[in-house]
Design a binder for this molecule. Structure first.
Ligand code: URP
Ligand code: ZN
Ligand code: ZN
Length: 511
């Protein structure tokens, strides 16, 4: 059986290959830790059987057949849920190096136990796209869900959206307002999509950049002779992210449907979200680990290989945007943290050695997010430990309507659990990470807090810096429509209709 793990070609040395893969019906007791949920923490034991949490109480007594993990002095928290990943993603004429096994292995080593990936339609067909992703995900070693991108509009797409929601467990659709000539849609399509999402109780998500302006900006940079990775940042300024965010927000308000803005990278976009939320609009803002932890100066690095690894869209912004996004997260203006994990290696990044427009867009983060958010947000005192659970797990489960099965340590919840030692520390390097990438955008970064144990579906999959995983053990998690974000939407519609004045009756003109 051990070959099954080793053949997958992930990780470094033997640590990722395990012959003694635990079954999901093992019984576990996590003893004496501080159990943290989004709104409460207490010192308690957690008892797990058949992949489900059965009890959370002080002093639980068990028999000898139960595996006991001592968590004294440590935090016992729901496993991370990454709302934004791209595994085995075919994009910009190449495919990401992390597939559903290696990407998930990396996730588990970093304390993430579920992720939601973006299905890309095949030639506009949602069904064909879904089937292709079902195949890719067969090798999964942890639970996952799907969002679906919408890249064209016609009656078939509209009908397929219905099938995706009612039969396939998808409750969110992403609209790309950028990547002109590839994934980009126009406002007319976005409006159709928003209306359809609303009618299905599905959440509309946007990649908010003005794709036409970006296209112009890119041409201008090339004309000016700026062909290196810095041209990427210069061609897609924050103001064009703010513009698209504002436009999507206004259109969602016009339709009266909730909106989720993915990878919020700038103050400009964040302030539009803040304004909308202040006025009572249902808008969710998702910053990603790279936007919180990095700044654009890397794109000016004289070594192309180093600079190119930071190319993602929207771009990582100037110093100051990172701190502002952190503050917005701590104030509740932004609600959860993703990664946009989209792993291209240095050979792939080198496709754009002479033209930054050809550098495949994307950075890593699925393995690093939980440690980075702990270090940047909790260790700095910007958020509490309960907030950490909310931002990395619970809020994602609520938004995508799988709470409290996921995102909580409650009796009845899935046993997706991490144990974090606040007195230990982490160090990030491509030499020891579990992604197939040959580089890491967080290379050399150290911080406080170490996820020492990850339990996924009741199995101990990460302990003593070793993974025990097997392909095929992850499950597809269906996500039902009509999350809490839709509560009261119908009442607001009715209020609006009632507020309209009766049509003016005009006499027919005699001429
Ligand atoms: N973000 C990025 O650069 N790559 C992944 C595709 C996307 O999310 O826009
Ligand atoms: Zn995007
Ligand atoms: Zn993305």
């Amino acid at each position: 059986q051990s070959n099954q793990f080793c053949d997958a070609g992930i990780g470094h040395g033997d640590s990722t290959c395990a012959a003694d893969f635990p079954s999901s019906n093992s019984k576990l007791l996590i003893k004496g830790g501080t159990v943290v949920n989004a709104h409460h923490q207490q010192i308690a034991d957690v008892y797990v059987e058949n992949g489900i949490i059965l009890a959370v109480n002080p002093n639980i007594r068990v028999g000898d057949e139960v595996t006991v993990i001592d968590a004294t002095g440590k935090y016992v928290m729901p496993g991370g849920i990454d709302p934004h990943t791209h595994l085995e993603f075919e994009f910009m004429d190449t495919t990401t190096v992390d597939d559903f096994f290696s990407g998930q292995a990396a996730a588990l080593a970093g304390g993430t136990t579920m992720h939601i990936d973006f299905v890309i339609p095949l030639k506009g067909s949602l069904t064909a796209g879904f089937e292709a992703y079902e195949k890719k995900a067969k090798k999964s070693c942890m639970d996952y869900g799907f969002h679906m991108a919408i890249t064209k509009w016609d009656e078939t797409v509209s009908r397929e959206m219905e099938i995706m929601v009612k039969e396939k467990g998808i409750n969110s659709f992403k609209f790309f307002m950028a990547y002109k000539g590839a994934l980009m849609i126009n406002d007319e399509l976005l409006l159709e999509g928003l209306k359809k999402c609303k009618s299905l109780g599905a959440l509309a998500m946007v990649h908010a950049e003005n794709g036409d302006a970006v296209y112009e900006g890119q041409k201008k940079m090339i004309e000016l002779g700026i062909t290196g990775p810095e041209g990427h940042a210069l061609s897609r300024p924050a103001v064009m992210e703010g513009e698209a965010t504002a436009r999507a927000i206004r259109l969602a308000d016009f339709v009266n449907t909730p909106l989720y803005v993915v990878h919020v990278m700038s103050i400009d976009a964040m302030e539009e979200i803040a304004k909308a939320r202040k006025s009572g609009q249902r808008v969710i803002g998702e910053p990603v680990a790279s936007g919180l932890a990095l700044d654009e100066s890397w794109l000016w690095h004289p070594d192309f290989e180093i600079a190119a690894k930071y190319v993602m869209s929207p771009p990582i912004r100037k110093q100051g945007h990172d701190k502002a996004l952190q503050a917005a997260l701590s104030r509740g203006v932004l609600q959860l943290v993703g990664t946009d994990h989209c792993a291209f290696n240095s050979t792939q990044k080198a496709f754009g050695i002479d033209d930054f427009r050809k550098i495949p867009n994307g950075v890593n983060g699925i393995e690093e997010r939980m440690h980075l958010v702990w270090d940047i947000m909790v260790e700095s005192g910007q958020i509490s430990v309960t907030d950490y659970v909310r931002l990395t797990s619970t809020e994602c489960a609520r938004i995508f309507n799988i709470y409290p099965r996921k995102g909580a340590i409650f009796p009845g919840s899935d046993a997706d659990i991490i144990i974090l030692n606040p007195n230990s520390s982490f160090e990030i390097t491509a030499k020891s990470h579990h992604s197939r990438l040959d580089t890491n955008v967080y290379e050399g970064r150290r911080g406080k807090g170490k996820i020492e144990v990850t339990i996924a579906g009741g199995r101990i999959v990460w302990e003593n810096n070793e993974l025990k995983i097997a392909p095929g053990t992850g499950r597809y998690i269906q996500m039902p429509p009509y999350s809490y974000l839709f509560d009261g939407i119908d009442k607001k519609d009715a209020f609006y209709l009632n507020s309209l004045q009766a049509p003016v009756k005009r006499a027919k003109s005699s001429t």
